[in-house]
Ligand binder design. Structure first.
Ligand code: NAP
Length: 324
């Protein structure tokens, strides 16, 4: 009998790539969506898997609905990717972000506990929970110090996931993923915005790229490889948490310089706006993936500039198709 995976947040970047990865492994994939009618399945369609996954409508903040879905499908694995995932937006919508990102996790774990389902649970945690640390690289032992509503919600969700593992012996674990990008990333995220806007400047459709603080450094990776680590975490005999990252950070400024050079755009088209700065910001953060490499046998060797080459090509391809 094939394994069944439930993926919450299936319409997001990681949901689409994880679905494709699990389908290739022979899983039945069930995706939770907030609404059949308004869900954006563009990512699933672009990967050619829209008709291969089953979509189920469920409000993850309603325990009775979550119990009903877990009880009727009895999944082998649940990948909890649904979240208000933007740090910037979390400062504008702190209550909604904290409410959804915590209650949804609690409901899923509570449903697994109450039903006594033999289900493994993956929680999409984030490097952001380590926040304002000056001890780099981030490892699984680093102190948690969230500095945004988003990271506060993800830190709480991490503690809930750990608590259900320790108190109820549920196979539940968190992946502390650093930023990872792809063509499917939404446009409100930095890398996607930089590439889209730069191509618009190159085509003469826009004049300037407006950005906030670009003298910060981040550890960026390639999303299709990062979702493999989620699967590997649930194949272990014991649940544990893992840092998933590229091991190095690059400055946002150097990324813009790289994209501008590649697209032959003058740096004069760059405008830094201090009113775009966030109330709090981590100056530099990168992690160590050595535990994941050793215990999960997860391999990652891409430089982020290699990833940028792929992303630029994919975006240019998209623009070309739109013009046809
Ligand atoms: P994403 O593209 O923003 O997708 C988020 C998903 O969550 C979408 O399917 C969205 O559904 C769903 N969602 C958001 N708010 C919801 C709500 N109130 N009710 C129900 N569903 C809701 O995120 P991603 O990049 O794939 O990331 C996946 C997970 O990993 C997220 O939890 C994110 O916080 C975490 N993470 C991501 C990164 C990264 O660099 N990508 C790094 C660390 C951690 P709709 O389509 O209906 O909006």
């Amino acid at each position: 009998m094939s394994s069944t995976a439930i993926i919450t947040g299936i319409t997001g970047q990681d949901g689409a790539y994880l679905s494709r990865f699990l389908l290739e492994k022979g899983y039945k994939v069930i995706g939770i969506v907030r609404s059949y009618t308004s869900s954006d399945v563009r990512g699933l369609r672009l990967l050619g898997i829209q008709d291969k996954v089953e979509l189920v409508e469920c409000d993850l903040t309603d325990l009775s609905q979550v119990i009903s879905v877990i009880g009727s499908t009895r999944p082998t694995e649940v990948y909890n990717l649904a979240a208000q995932s933007s740090v910037a937006l979390s400062f504008k919508q702190p209550i909604g972000t904290i409410n959804f990102n915590i209650i949804s996790v609690l409901n899923l774990l509570e449903a697994i506990r109450l039903i006594k389902a033999d289900t493994k649970f993956y929680q999409a945690s984030s490097s952001e929970i380590f926040g304002g640390t000056n001890q780099l690289p981030i490892t699984e032992q680093s102190a948690i110090n969230p500095i945004s509503p988003y990271s506060i919600s993800k830190a709480s969700a991490y503690w809930i996931t750990k608590n259900y593992r320790e108190a109820y012996h549920i196979f539940s674990c968190s992946g502390f993923l650093f930023n990872h990008e792809s063509y499917l990333r939404s446009e409100n995220f930095f890398i996607k915005k930089i590439i889209r806007e730069s191509i618009r400047i190159q085509r003469g459709v826009a004049n300037q790229l407006e950005v906030g603080n670009i003298d910060i450094k981040r550890d960026f990776g390639w999303a299709p490889k990062y979702v493999e680590a989620m699967y590997l975490m649930l194949q272990r005999s014991e649940p544990e948490d893992y840092v998933i990252c590229s091991n190095t950070s690059v400055s946002l400024r150097s990324i813009i310089e790289y994209v501008f050079t590649k697209l032959k755009i003058s740096m004069e088209c760059l405008k830094v706006r201090s009113d775009f700065y966030r109330p709090t910001e981590i100056p530099d953060i990168y992690g160590s993936n050595s535990k994941a490499r050793q215990e999960l046998n997860w391999q990652y060797d891409l430089s982020f500039f290699d990833v940028l080459d792929i992303l630029i090509e994919e975006e240019l391809e998209y623009v070309k198709k739109q013009q046809l």
